[in-house]
Design a protein around this ligand. Structure first.
Ligand code: SDX
Length: 428
C-alpha cells in the first residue's frame, strides 16, 4: 500500500497521499485539502512547498549535489560545453554529433539582431542598467518574431533564436554604453568566443581569443544553466502558466533574477568587496556587520535557500578563477579579501550554526572581473547562462497536464467589513 499522511482537523482525521520522487524525496499531496477542510497551508517563500514535478535538475542541499538530467555538474563542467548542456537541459539528452552541428548552425544563423532593434539602444541613457535593457529587448522579440506555433521543430528554433540573440543583445548594450561601435557576431566563432569577441574586439587592437578564457566562459555558463525551482525560474513558470508567449515569459525571468538576493548577488559581492577594500574594513568588522540584525550589511555570496553545505558550483568556480588568474598573470586585490572572508566565515560559529556557505556568486565576480567583464554586466552573464534552464522549465510546465494557472491563496489579515465614509465625514 502506498504511503499516506494523516491530518487531524476539527476532530476529523484526513488522509493525503505521499508522492515520492525518483531520488526518494517525498511530498504530501494536499491538492484536495481546501475542498475537504476549507483550510489552506501557509508557507511564505514556498520553502516547504513543491510547485511541480520536474525531471530537469536534481539538487540535494544537504549533500551539495547538483545534476542536470542525471549528469553531475562536476562532469558537465569538466567535459561538456554550454551549447551541449543547453541542448541537454531542453531536450533531456546529450546531442549526437549531427544534432550538435545542426544546433551550432542555427545559433550562428540567429546571432545577428534585427537592425530595427539596434535603434532601441540609442534612446537609453548611457548609465541604463543592462539587465533592464536585456529584459526589454527579449520582450521586444515577440514583436519581431510573432509567429509562435506549438510545432516542436519550430519551437526548437525559437529556443535557439533567444539563446543566440541574448549574447548579441548583451554585448551590444555594453558597447553602446561605452559609445563604441557595435561588433557583429562572426559565423566562424563558437558560442562563447563570439560573445567575447562582440564584447571586446576593437579596430585598434583586435581581440585575441584565448582558449582558456573561452573554456572558463563555457564552465561559467554551464554552472549557471539551471537550478530547479529558484526565484527566477518560479517567475518563469508562474508567468508562463497564464499562457504568456515565451519571449515575455523569459523577460519576466530576467527581471526576477536582477535582485541582489538572487542573481544580482554576483554584482553585490564585488560591490561589497570593493567597499571593504576602499574603506579598509577588516574581515572581523565585516562578519560582525553581517551578523548584526540591525545592520543591513549582508555577506553577499554566502548562504542559500537550499544548500546547507557547500554549493558545488562555488567549488568549481573557485578552481576556474585560479586557472584564469594565473593564465592572465593577474593579481586581484579582491581575491585576497574573498579568500580571507571565506576562511573567517567558515570558521565562525554564527555562519556554521546557520549553515551559511559560499554560493555560486561568491567567486563568480572575481572570474568575470579577470575576464574584463564590467561589474554591471555580471547579472547579465548569469541571465545568459540561466536561459536554457528557464526555457527547459517553461517547456516542461507548458507540457505538464497536471499544471493549472498559478494562483496561490492567502490568509487575510485586513479590516473587517465597514461602510463607505463620505469625504466630509472623514477625520485624520
Ligand atoms: C542565488 O535559489 C537558488 O537556487 C538561487 C541560485 C540559483 O542558481 O538560482 O542559487 C542563485 O540566488 C544564490 C544566492 C545569492 N544570494 C546571496 O548571496 C545574497 C546573500 N545571501 C542571502 O541573502 C541569503 O542567504 C539567501 C537570500 C540566499 C537565502 O535567504 P534566507 O532564505 O533568508 O536564508 P536562510 O533562511 O537560510 O537564513 C537563515 C539565517 C537568517 O538569520 P535568522 O533570521 O535565522 O537570524 O541566516 C541569515 C538570515 O538572516 N543569513 C545571513 C546570510 N544569509 C542568510 N546572514 C548574513 N549574511 C548572509 N549572507
Amino acid at each position: 500500500m502506498s504511503e499516506v499522511a494523516k491530518l487531524l482537523i476539527d476532530g476529523k482525521e484526513l488522509t493525503f497521499p505521499v508522492i515520492e520522487g525518483s531520488q526518494g524525496e517525498k511530498a504530501i499531496d494536499i491538492r484536495s485539502l481546501r475542498q475537504e477542510t476549507g483550510y489552506i497551508t501557509f508557507d511564505p517563500g514556498f520553502g516547504n512547498t513543491g510547485t511541480c514535478r520536474s525531471s530537469i535538475t536534481y539538487m540535494d542541499g544537504e549533500k551539495g549535489i547538483l545534476r542536470y538530467r542525471g549528469f553531475s555538474i562536476e562532469q558537465l563542467a569538466e567535459q561538456s560545453t554550454f551549447v551541449e548542456t543547453a541542448f541537454l537541459l531542453i531536450t533531456g539528452e546529450l546531442p549526437t554529433r549531427e544534432e550538435l552541428t545542426r544546433t551550432s548552425v542555427y545559433l550562428n544563423d540567429f546571432s545577428p539582431l534585427h537592425e530595427s532593434m539596434k535603434a532601441f539602444y540609442q534612446n537609453y541613457p548611457p548609465k541604463a542598467h543592462p539587465m533592464g535593457i536585456l529584459s526589454a529587448m527579449v520582450n521586444a522579440m515577440r514583436s519581431f518574431y510573432p509567429e509562435l506555433t506549438d510545432i516542436e521543430e519550430e519551437m526548437n528554433k525559437t529556443y535557439l533564436r533567444i539563446i543566440s540573440k541574448i549574447r548579441t543583445m548583451a554585448a551590444m548594450a555594453y558597447r553602446i554604453s561605452l559609445g563604441e561601435r557595435v561588433v557583429y557576431p562572426r559565423p566562424d566563432l563558437c558560442y562563447c568566443g563570439n560573445f567575447l569577441n562582440m564584447m571586446f574586439d576593437s579596430a585598434v587592437v583586435p581581440y585575441r581569443l584565448d582558449d582558456d578564457l573561452i573554456r572558463a566562459l563555457n564552465v561559467f555558463w554551464i554552472l549557471h544553466a539551471d537550478h530547479e525551482q529558484n526565484c527566477s525560474t518560479t517567475a518563469v513558470r508562474v508567468v508562463g502558466s497564464g499562457k504568456v508567449n515565451i519571449y515575455s515569459t523569459i523577460s519576466a525571468g530576467i527581471s526576477a533574477l536582477w535582485g541582489p538576493l538572487h542573481g544580482g548577488a554576483n554584482q553585490a559581492v564585488v560591490n561589497m568587496l570593493e567597499k571593504i577594500h576602499n574603506k579598509g574594513f577588516t574581515v572581523k568588522e565585516c562578519l560582525a556587520k553581517a551578523k548584526d540584525r540591525n545592520d543591513p550589511f549582508r555577506l553577499y555570496g554566502f548562504g542559500h535557500r537550499v544548500y546547507k553545505t557547500f554549493d558545488p558550483r562555488a567549488k568549481i568556480m573557485k578552481k576556474v578563477c585560479d586557472v584564469v588568474l594565473s593564465k592572465l598573470k593577474r593579481k586581484d586585490p579582491l581575491l585576497e579579501i574573498v579568500q580571507r572572508l571565506e576562511e573567517a566565515a567558515l570558521n565562525d560559529s554564527y555562519f556554521k550554526e546557520k549553515n551559511l556557505y559560499p554560493n555560486v556568486d561568491f567567486y563568480s565576480g572575481i572570474l568575470l572581473r579577470a575576464m574584463g567583464i564590467p561589474t554591471n554586466m555580471f547579472t547579465v552573464m548569469f541571465a545568459i547562462g540561466r536561459l536554457p534552464g528557464w526555457i527547459s522549465q517553461w517547456k516542461e510546465d507548458v507540457a505538464d497536464t497536471e499544471m493549472k494557472i498559478s494562483r496561490p491563496r492567502q490568509i487575510y489579515s485586513g479590516k473587517q467589513k465597514r461602510d463607505y465614509i463620505p469625504i466630509n465625514k472623514r477625520t485624520l
